[in-house]
Every structure is written in structure tokens, then in C-alpha cells.
Design a protein around this ligand. Structure first.
Ligand SMILES: C[S@@+](CC[C@H](N)C(=O)[O-])C[C@H]1O[C@@H](n2cnc3c(N)ncnc32)[C@H](O)[C@@H]1O
Length: 235
């Protein structure tokens, strides 16, 4: 069933457990925060695409007190959770309700954007929408600006499926999580589960090609199985 972000129960459930099916989230968020911590300037803003329930903003404001964030999302249920979570940071956070699949025509506050981040949100876009989003992100960033994507990638091929499974089972043993069952028992199951949930992850290589086509210098800085952190620098 398609994940309905407008549903308050879905939003609460997701917010209440973000690592059971993705224990790597904590480590990759720490890497993202490290990258931000060392480069966020006083004059510039972070743009967060698909900010959800505000978990990322809470971490950003705790670790980088001078940071200011513009966040975009289109789920009232998630945005309400974020409003409550970020009540004490209202002066540093601007919320924009908007559709990421039309990022190219979305009106955003005219801030100087030094960073754009997207955590587990862009995989909801089609390939065409994702490429259009990368072009807009490049245009929005100031020179020297940084885009960081932290997201699920498409499993490469059927032949490699069993290798991903081994990694997920290992994660479940180490972290007492449910990654393997969440991802599906077979490659066919996996593709169906992902599609039915309304997710359209792209291959890691496709992301890098699209970012470079948009003008970025791009690299994957961290990857484990189908979870990757990709950086694009506007030089
Ligand atoms: C898995 S949550 C991630 C939230 C947050 N980035 C985090 O990691 O804590 C995905 C978020 O993307 C948002 N989203 C999905 N598709 C969207 C779209 N087309 N336009 C705007 N927001 C979207 C959902 O509403 C949801 O809040």
C-alpha cells in the first residue's frame, strides 16, 4: 500500500521509529551533520527538501546553533509533528508547504542557500522529476554550495540481490532490527514492496550522472547496501 504521508497515524508511526528498518540512519545522519557543522556560514541558509517531522532540524539546531533552515514538505501531518518538535526554534526555521515533484516551479524564500539537503525524501520522485530537482537545486545554491542526499538506492541487479540480503541480515543481527523482512524475501518481492509503497529509488550511478549533468561535482561519500550519502558541490 502506498505510504500515505497525509495520514496522522502513518506520520506518528514513522516518526516514532525511524531506525528499525534502517539502522544506518544514525550513522549517516552523523556524517551529514559533520559535513554541515564544518561549512554552514552565518549568512546562509540550509534548504531541507522533505523535512518531515523535523527530526533533522532538531539535530541541526542542537549541533549548529547559528544554522537557519527553510524546509519544504507537503504533508500536514508530518509538518504538525515538526511544528511541535521545533517550537523553540521558530526564529530559525521557515516552513514551506510545497510539492517536491514540482520543485522547479516552487516559490521559495529568497534566501542565500549555502546547503540543500534531502533525507529519505527524493526517492518518492520519478526519474524525470529527480533530474529536474537536481537542476533546480544547482540553481538555488550559491557558488561553493553543497547538496547532500541521504537516501535509499535501487538494488542494482537480480544477480546481486543475495549480497544485499546478507548485509541486511547482518544488520538485523547486530542491531536487532527488521531490515531483511522490510526489504522483502526475494528480488521480485522487494521490487513490488518498494513500488507499492510509492518509492522509486534510482541507481547510485544514475544519481551521480544526473548531479554531474546538472553541473555538480559529485561523489558518493558513504554507502552500505542500498543506503547512500551522496554529495554534490557547486564549484
Ligand atoms: C521518510 S520521510 C523523511 C522525513 C525527514 N527528511 C527525515 O528524514 O526525518 C519523507 C518525507 O518526504 C515528504 N514527501 C514525500 N514526497 C513529497 C513531495 N512530492 N513533496 C513534498 N514532500 C514530500 C513526506 O511528506 C515526508 O515528510
Amino acid at each position: 500500500m502506498v505510504q500515505d504521508w497525509s495520514n496522522a497515524d502513518t506520520a506518528k508511526r514513522w516518526d516514532g521509529n525511524t531506525t528499525r528498518a534502517n539502522p544506518l540512519r544514525t550513522e549517516q545522519l552523523d556524517i551529514l551533520l559533520t559535513l554541515l557543522e564544518n561549512s554552514v556560514q552565518l549568512h546562509s541558509w540550509i534548504l531541507d527538501l522533505g523535512y518531515g517531522s523535523g527530526q533533522i532540524e532538531e539535530l541541526v539546531f542542537e549541533r549548529i546553533p547559528h544554522a537557519k533552515v527553510v524546509g519544504v514538505d507537503n504533508s500536514d501531518a508530518m509538518m504538525t509533528l515538526a511544528k511541535n518538535r521545533l517550537a523553540e526554534y521558530s526564529e530559525k526555521f521557515v516552513s514551506v508547504k510545497g510539492d517536491l515533484s514540482r520543485l522547479d516551479s516552487l516559490e521559495l524564500p529568497a534566501c542565500t542557500y549555502g546547503h540543500v539537503i534531502a533525507v529519505q525524501s527524493l526517492h518518492h520522485l520519478s526519474r524525470e522529476q529527480m533530474q529536474a530537482a537536481y537542476r533546480r537545486i544547482y540553481d538555488l545554491l550559491e557558488p561553493g554550495g553543497l547538496f547532500v542526499l541521504l537516501d535509499r538506492m535501487r538494488v542494482e541487479t537480480f544477480a546481486l540481490w543475495s549480497l544485499y540480503r546478507e548485509l541486511w541480515k547482518r544488520q538485523d543481527k547486530l542491531h536487532d532490527t527488521t531490515v531483511a523482512s522490510h526489504e522483502g524475501a526475494t528480488f521480485q518481492d522487494h521490487e513490488r514492496i518498494v513500488r507499492d509503497r510509492g518509492d522509486f529509488p534510482a541507481l547510485l550511478d544514475d544519481h551521480l550522472v544526473w548531479l554531474r549533468q546538472a553541473g555538480f561535482e559529485a561523489a558518493c561519500l558513504h554507502a552500505h547496501g542500498n543506503r547512500a550519502l551522496i554529495a554534490g558541490k557547486k564549484v
